[in-house]
Write a protein that binds this ligand. Structure first.
Ligand code: NAD
Ligand code: MG
Length: 413
């Protein structure tokens, strides 16, 4: 255990000493950035597994370039297409299908690190499998942690897994923690962590225009290019709410010691406050290749392809408190963090259903938070003793959110 937590990755490295990286969600924004960093360091890393939902053409292109041992597509028809395409070009990559295959593919000896970059609750089982197999887990899939946080962190501590946060704020905090610190350890001397938030695309838009904001407006993030679900979360500020919960779990802090400050320039990625009055921050361009490279190479440092900041050209750095009236999501998430038990799983599931309905044009923008609020009010919150409790709460919250959206289409106008 102590070896794993000091940077050794265990498992069988290939004869050439390269580390095998399984990338789940390889066709997404984080997945593609991960491949871009790996592509810069072919002597250090090899791709062991590529996993995605159904975008088989993109995976086939990635497999041709990176020659993984396996490709896993959840959708069987897409997997069949990918298998045929890879066989035609003489590839040795095996193709598997189904959600369970994702979880088993990451546990093989050829994998030392797993980039968990599937979006939403769909990433939970494979993330958990990677933690249980004591692989280094690079965690982008914050929803898995929000849902099943305590169980997942217990497994991290039990197995000695190196869980490295990739979410830029949490990666910044990780970088500002005492030397040798890993999530799951007590954060000694830390009095607070402060997450920065860009404020999203609607920070200064008149409140009256928010109700009918369109999916494209919500996804036009001023600083970060990301998948559509997290972009909408950034527009409602639920992303920051999920990140408050994520921080409590990773760093073992109560919600009251996790603050949020709006910082429109998105250059300071977060702060750690110490008992002696020190405030440490990590700065960099808003580009996910930096945290990805940090996680891949930790405790070393490698190039990421991101240009350094030129501080004499940065100009001002502004900070202001979040507008809680404009963004009620943040307080909903804090209440779920305080309630504990199944509350974060309920919050997350209701949010996923509401965001999808918004993206599909079935719910207006402000209706997203209304649905989450109603689901949280109506469902009983219970303690989490086993994974089944989390999955039941997730399913119940989804059913109720769907019912609220479908049965009362006018209720949220
Ligand atoms: P994305 O939508 O661009 O990509 C999602 C990936 O997940 C795709 O490869 C897709 O095939 C796969 N996927 C979707 N549903 C799936 C399912 N049911 N089963 C298996 N695979 C499935 O998303 P993204 O922006 O890359 O975000 C991925 C995760 O990283 C999210 O949890 C997000 O919150 C987190 N994150 C992203 C960023 C960012 O800059 N994009 C920053 C911080 C955290
Ligand atoms: Mg973030």
């Amino acid at each position: 255990m102590s070896d794993l937590r000091s940077g050794d990755l265990g498992g069988n490295l290939r004869g050439d000493g390269r580390r095998g990286v399984a990338i789940l969600g390889s066709t997404g924004s984080i997945g593609r950035s991960t491949l871009a960093v790996i592509g810069m360091h072919p002597e250090r890393f090899r791709v062991s597994v590529l996993g995605a939902h159904s975008s088989w053409q993109a995976v086939v292109e990635q497999a041709q370039r990176f020659e993984p041992d396996a490709v896993v597509l959840v959708d069987p028809a897409a997997a069949a297409e990918a298998r045929a395409a890879l066989e035609r070009c003489g590839s040795k990559t095996r193709v598997e299908s189904g959600a369970e295959a994702l979880a088993t593919a990451v546990t093989g000896d050829g994998t030392q690190m797993v980039m968990a970059a599937i979006v939403g609750a769909a990433g939970l089982m494979s993330t958990l499998a990677a933690v249980r197999a004591a692989k280094r887990v690079l965690l982008a899939n914050k929803e898995a942690l929000v849902m099943a946080g305590r169980l997942l962190m217990e497994e991290v501590v039990r197995t000695g897994t190196q869980l490295i946060p990739i979410d830029s704020e949490h990666n910044a905090i990780f970088q500002c923690m005492p030397a040798g610190y890993l999530p799951g350890d007590a954060a000694r001397g830390v009095t607070r962590v402060i997450l920065t938030a860009s404020g999203g695309p609607f920070r200064t838009v008149p409140l009256s225009r928010l109700t009918h904001a369109t999916p494209d407006e919500a996804c036009a993030h001023p600083k970060w290019k990301m998948g559509r679900k997290i972009s909408v979360d950034s527009a409602t500020l639920m992303n920051k709410g999920l990140e408050v919960i994520e921080a409590t779990l990773l760093f073992g802090l109560p919600e009251s010691q996790v603050d949020v400050v709006v910082h429109p320039q998105s250059l300071v990625h977060s702060f750690v406050e110490y008992a002696d009055g020190s405030l440490l921050a990590q700065l960099g361009a808003p580009d996910m290749r930096t945290p990805i490279a940090q996680g891949l190479a930790w405790p070393e440092r490698i190039r990421s392809g991101v240009a350094p900041l030129n501080m004499s050209q940065v100009g001002g750095l502004e900070f202001e408190p979040p507008d809680l009236a404009r963004f009620p999501s943040l307080e909903l998430a804090r209440a779920a963090a305080r309630a504990g038990g199944t509350a974060p799983a309920v919050l997350n599931a209701a949010n996923e259903v509401a965001v999808q309905a918004f993206l599909d044009g079935r719910l207006n923008f402000t209706g997203i938070t209304t649905v989450i609020d109603k689901v949280l009010q109506r469902l009983d919150i219970s303690p989490v003793k086993a994974l089944g409790d989390v999955l039941d709460a997730d399913a119940a919250a989804r059913r109720l959110a769907v019912a609220l959206i479908e049965l009362k289409p006018g209720a949220f106008a």
